[in-house]
Design a binder for this molecule. Structure first.
Ligand code: HEC
Length: 159
């Protein structure tokens, strides 16, 4: 009888330990298993997409600024003002100071993936509640729009 109760106590102790253990691991603060974390790369502020490095012009190239402005008026002006006022999307004033040029070009050429993976783009989506639609800009178009954004932020335009 004594041996049985010692044995029972031992079994109960194991159960208690096992339950405590599994209770702990299923608690809320548990980190997700590795397989559920996708692309755990450090955020370098350049966004997600094929634009890795942009070289800027100083002074800006007037032809590019012109083309960028025309694209803006045709495809972007409905949602973006040139002031800091938000309409559907954020106003563009100061955007070149808030964001790296690579981020801006990835946002304009790869918006769906950016909204899915880039933390800054996701934060904007939370604020604006509207997904920016893909505008089908070529990389060249996006570069011209970027030139126009720098002009809008007061950078000097050459002749
Ligand atoms: C239908 C509305 C709409 C149009 C058209 C649109 N956008 Fe957007 N844009 C948004 C919204 C909304 C956001 C904020 C992110 C989100 O919610 O998807 C945004 C965000 C951005 C941002 C980031 C701004 C910041 O402050 O960081 C850039 C850059 C941008 N858009 C560029 C463009 C360009 C370039 C065009 C035109 C080729 C364009 N957008 C056309 C709605 C639009």
């Amino acid at each position: 009888m004594k041996r049985l109760s010692v044995f029972l106590a031992f079994v109960l102790a194991i159960f208690a330990y096992a339950c405590g253990g599994s209770g702990d691991t299923s608690s809320a603060g548990k980190p997700a298993p590795k397989s559920m974390i996708d692309d755990p790369v450090a955020d370098d502020g350049k966004g997600v997409g094929e634009i890795k490095e942009v070289s800027l012009n100083s002074p800006l190239k007037p032809g590019m600024v012109e083309k960028g402005k025309a694209i803006y008026e045709m495809k972007c002006a409905a949602c973006h003002k040139l002031s800091d006022q938000r309409v559907v999307g954020p106003g563009w004033k100061g955007v070149t100071e808030r964001r790296k040029p690579e981020w801006i070009m990835n946002m304009t050429t790869n918006v769906d993936i950016m909204l899915e993976k880039d933390p800054a783009a996701q934060a904007l989506l939370k604020e604006c509640l509207v997904r920016m639609p893909n505008q089908n800009l070529s990389i060249g178009d996006a570069r011209d729009v970027l030139e126009f954004m720098y002009a809008n932020d007061g950078h000097e335009v050459g002749n």
